[in-house]
Design a protein around this ligand. Structure first.
Ligand SMILES: Nc1ncnc2c1ncn2[C@@H]1O[C@H](COP(=O)(O)OP(=O)(O)OP(=O)(O)O)[C@@H](O)[C@H]1O
Ligand SMILES: [Mg+2]
Length: 444
């Protein structure tokens, strides 16, 4: 517990701050500068493999039928958070959760249900992580990119209002780089055992090893170098030249990665430099991290574009790769010069913020700051409110959550008579905006 527990004498305890990501959960208390712990978002199954709660292969999340299995996983995971890591009584602490605005409604309603019914927490607040990130750099207008484990999401925030119609996302993140490393290492890597025998590579590389290789060995190369390597590869493929310039380019040194104390994996230098290129190479639809930001900016109101471009905020663990921000900035400037579709952005000057903490903790820190403002209490949802509304949470656009008639009714059927799916992802053309008061004063 924090040494100085604000409001302790009045029975109020410091709120718990959770950022439940697909790969890692950051957990701690409000008003603190760093989370108490960063743990994998997993639960241990008896006699089975470790299960990532929001992982691609969690069957409890497949389809629209998010049911009791998912509820059970969330309960087990929250038990671990409260009783193993935070060691506090949940019914004394309010909770703030950072969440992606693209999260299905059913997921957050299930998390809220478990928190209220199984842990009896006094109140819960789900806040959009892109908006929370702005609190850490004291700006109310920013073009926020979250490059996490499985996807990258861009949402522009203008005067404290996330513009949902301008969101962009792509399945580009840490997992994409790991897939690229796996693919390349299978082809070019070598594992040598103690007695110098060569072993098959694929069977020895689990996700943890791949992630470790990514964090310890990989980097994002410079724009011009990447283009040079790409051009040399194309020449080599087309066999236009016998001796290509690829061999002339100086590469990072090869790396030896000890696998289990008895065998060593040889990682060729080019893999270290090229694995992260998947984030920047434009795919068939001409999409990359840089175009996500530019496309989002193009959809913003003209008078907000310059301010947004001057306030690019990059969050998410994958952006911690060395050279990431520099490359992103350079790539955006070059694409604007090269591609006609971005001509209208030619007058924008791009600048990237340097948040006061590591990129993967930015949303958590924003939530920790937000939980000390007056607005936190006003916007929190109490158990009474939740039960009165049959376990439904209000939308972000509902500012006065205390008044029940402000809750828009969700119809059960579409005009055609078809049933709505139980989960809901905001539509790309949605005009709904999420708004939180970013100008409120710290609570006393
Ligand atoms: N220093 C680092 N260098 C490179 N990658 C890193 C570093 N630290 C963490 N990562 C990677 O960042 C990813 C996790 O980032 P983050 O915690 O922001 O994701 P998440 O919140 O769990 O996922 P998501 O936001 O997609 O739900 C992992 O893929 C991890 O390997
Ligand atoms: Mg995240």
């Amino acid at each position: 517990m924090p040494l100085f527990n604000k409001g302790y004498a009045f029975g109020l305890k410091t709120p718990v701050v959770l950022d439940i990501g697909e790969a890692y959960t950051k957990l701690g208390f409000a008003d603190e500068a760093e989370p108490r712990a960063i743990i994998p978002t997993t639960i241990e199954q008896v006699g089975g493999p470790v299960c990532y709660i929001f992982g691609r292969n969690n069957t409890a999340l497949l389809g629209h039928d998010i049911g009791s299995d998912f509820e059970k996983s969330i309960k087990l995971f929250l038990e671990k958070i409260y009783f193993k890591y935070l060691q506090v009584n949940p019914n004394n602490q309010r909770v703030i959760l950072c969440e992606s605005l693209l999260n299905p409604t059913k997921v957050r309603e299930t998390i809220a249900k478990v928190l209220f019914t199984k842990f009896d927490v006094p109140s819960v607040l789900f806040a959009p992580c892109h908006l929370l990130a702005c609190f850490t750099v004291a700006t109310s207008t920013a073009l926020v990119l979250d490059c996490g484990h499985t996807e990258s999401v861009v949402i522009p925030v203008v005067e404290g209002t996330p513009l949902l119609w301008a969101w962009q996302s792509a399945p580009l993140g840490g997992a994409t780089i790991q897939d690229a490393i796996m693919h390349e290492i299978k082809e070019k890597g070598k594992i040598k055992s103690e007695n110098e025998n060569l072993l098959p590579v694929a069977s020895r590389l689990c996700e943890t090893v791949l992630e470790d290789i990514k964090v310890k060995a990989c980097l994002v190369t410079e724009y011009h170098r990447a283009k040079q390597i790409q051009a040399a590869k194309t020449l080599e493929l087309e066999k236009e030249k016998e001796a290509t310039s690829l061999t002339d380019i100086q590469r990072p040194p090869d790396m030896i990665y000890p696998i289990d104390g008895r065998s060593r994996l040889f990682i060729p230098g080019p893999i270290r430099e090229e694995a992260a290129e998947v984030l920047f190479e434009q795919d068939n639809e001409k999409m990359s991290l840089a175009t996500l930001l530019l496309d989002s900016l193009c959809q913003c109101p003209i008078d907000a574009r310059k301010a947004l471009a001057r306030n690019v905020l990059v969050t998410g663990g994958t952006s911690l790769l060395p050279g990431f921000k520099h490359r992103l900035l350079f790539e955006m400037k070059e694409i604007i010069k090269e591609e006609q579709r971005y001509e209208k952005l030619s007058e924008c000057e791009f600048r990237v913020h340097q948040p006061p903490t590591k990129a993967n903790l930015v949303a958590w820190l924003g939530a920790s700051i937000f939980a000390s403002l007056d607005t936190f209490e006003k916007r929190s949802i109490t158990k009474e409110y939740f039960t009165q509304h049959n376990g439904r949470l209000p939308d972000w656009c509902v500012l006065d959550i205390k008044s029940p008639d402000k809750m828009p009714e969700r119809p059960n059927t579409l005009p055609t008579g078809k049933k709505f799916p139980t989960s809901h992802v905001p539509s790309r053309k949605s005009t709904t905006t999420a708004h939180l008061d970013t100008h409120s004063k710290p609570s006393k």
